[in-house]
Design a protein around this ligand. Structure first.
Ligand code: NAI
Length: 298
């Protein structure tokens, strides 16, 4: 159970149980919180719970977790069929679609459901936390809590106060991130925050190299992994993140920086998106995936 006095969160809600929401839910349950999961799509919560249970079962098979741990963790995952079922949560983390209006609308609805003390956290990659909070009655309880994909393995989380977030909320959320086993990096509420701003150059330049016919994705990825020391090349990362999510993030950062040329998104991702090539989640992006292994498309 949680013991640090500065993070008295016992119940955590997740809205959006896709790639990110399920990872956050997994860590929160492991940290001792009761976790309620909600998704707009029927069946999504069951898929997420099965996915997380699969991760834990593999942990048991490898001797990293006991059967008791598995049973305790599983019992902490609950389905919130309706958004209203999140009433009583101390904190809700949203990981829905990367659209400002959707996140604003969700937080406005949650304010009608939750106690005034509850914290509203957004896993947005690029949108302004202050802008999301501006739709809220109590913007001082809104904060950015930005994990990376895959959540359990990427052991860093950005904590981003909006302009009106209280220091108490910031400290509690930082303590929660640490209790979930992550290093917390406090970032200012600027487009892309810290990591997605710093990392932008590699993604956009790699797309330019491809667009100009300088090299193919495999060569560029290989170069950055072997020579640059990256764990993953930019095209593998785009496919992992999902081209739908990546495109929204690239567009968002570009527009928030007043169309600064160095942040301009590439038509290459947009055309793949139009063709339904979203990356790993659809089976093909810059690579084709067979049994989870990347192949170079014909
Ligand atoms: P995803 O597409 O895997 O999952 C999103 C889920 O939200 C889906 O299950 C969808 O049904 C649900 N959803 C959408 N609108 C909803 C609504 N209004 N109410 C309830 N459920 C709703 O997306 P992913 O990749 O998990 O991204 C989610 C958020 O996390 C986005 O804001 C994204 O920018 C951010 N993020 C994504 C990262 C990545 O690498 N994929 C990394 C860090 C942040």
């Amino acid at each position: 159970m949680l013991t640090t006095p500065s993070h008295p969160f016992h119940t955590l809600g997740i809205v959006g149980t896709g790639a990110m929401g399920r990872g956050i839910a997994q860590l929160a349950a492991q940290a001792g919180l009761e976790v309620s999961l909600h998704d707009a799509r029927t069946g999504a919560v069951d898929e997420a719970r099965d996915f997380i249970a699969g991760v834990w079962s593999r942990g048991v098979a490898k001797g990293r977790l006991s059967e008791d741990d598995l049973a305790r963790y599983r019992a902490r995952l609950h389905e919130a069929t309706e958004l209203a079922d999140l009433a009583g949560c101390d904190i809700v983390v949203e990981a829905i679609v990367e659209k400002l209006e959707a996140k604003q609308e969700l937080f406005t609805r949650l304010e009608g459901i939750l106690d005034d003390q509850a914290v509203l956290a957004t896993n947005t990659s690029s949108l302004s936390v202050t802008a999301i909070a501006s739709a809220c009655r109590l913007p001082q309880r809104v904060i950015g809590f930005h994990f990376f994909n895959p959540v359990p393995l990427m052991k860093i989380v950005e904590v981003i106060p909006g302009l009106r977030t209280t220091s108490e909320v910031v400290e509690r959320v930082e303590a929660l991130g640490q209790a979930m086993g992550h290093f917390t990096a406090r970032a200012t509420d600027t487009p892309g925050f810290l990591v997605n701003h710093a990392g932008r150059a590699f993604g956009t330049e790699a797309l330019r190299l491809l667009g100009e016919g300088v090299a193919d994705p495999t060569t560029i990825d290989r170069l950055l992994v072997d020579q640059g020391g990256f764990r993953m090349g930019p095209f593998s990362l785009l496919d992992l993140t999902g081209l739908d999510v990546s495109q929204a993030v690239m567009e968002s950062i570009y527009h928030q920086y007043y169309e600064e040329a160095r942040f301009r998104p590439s038509p290459l991702t947009r055309s793949r998106l139009a063709a339904g090539l979203l990356g790993r989640k659809s089976g093909e992006g810059f690579y084709r995936y067979v049994d989870g292994q990347a192949q170079v498309p014909d």
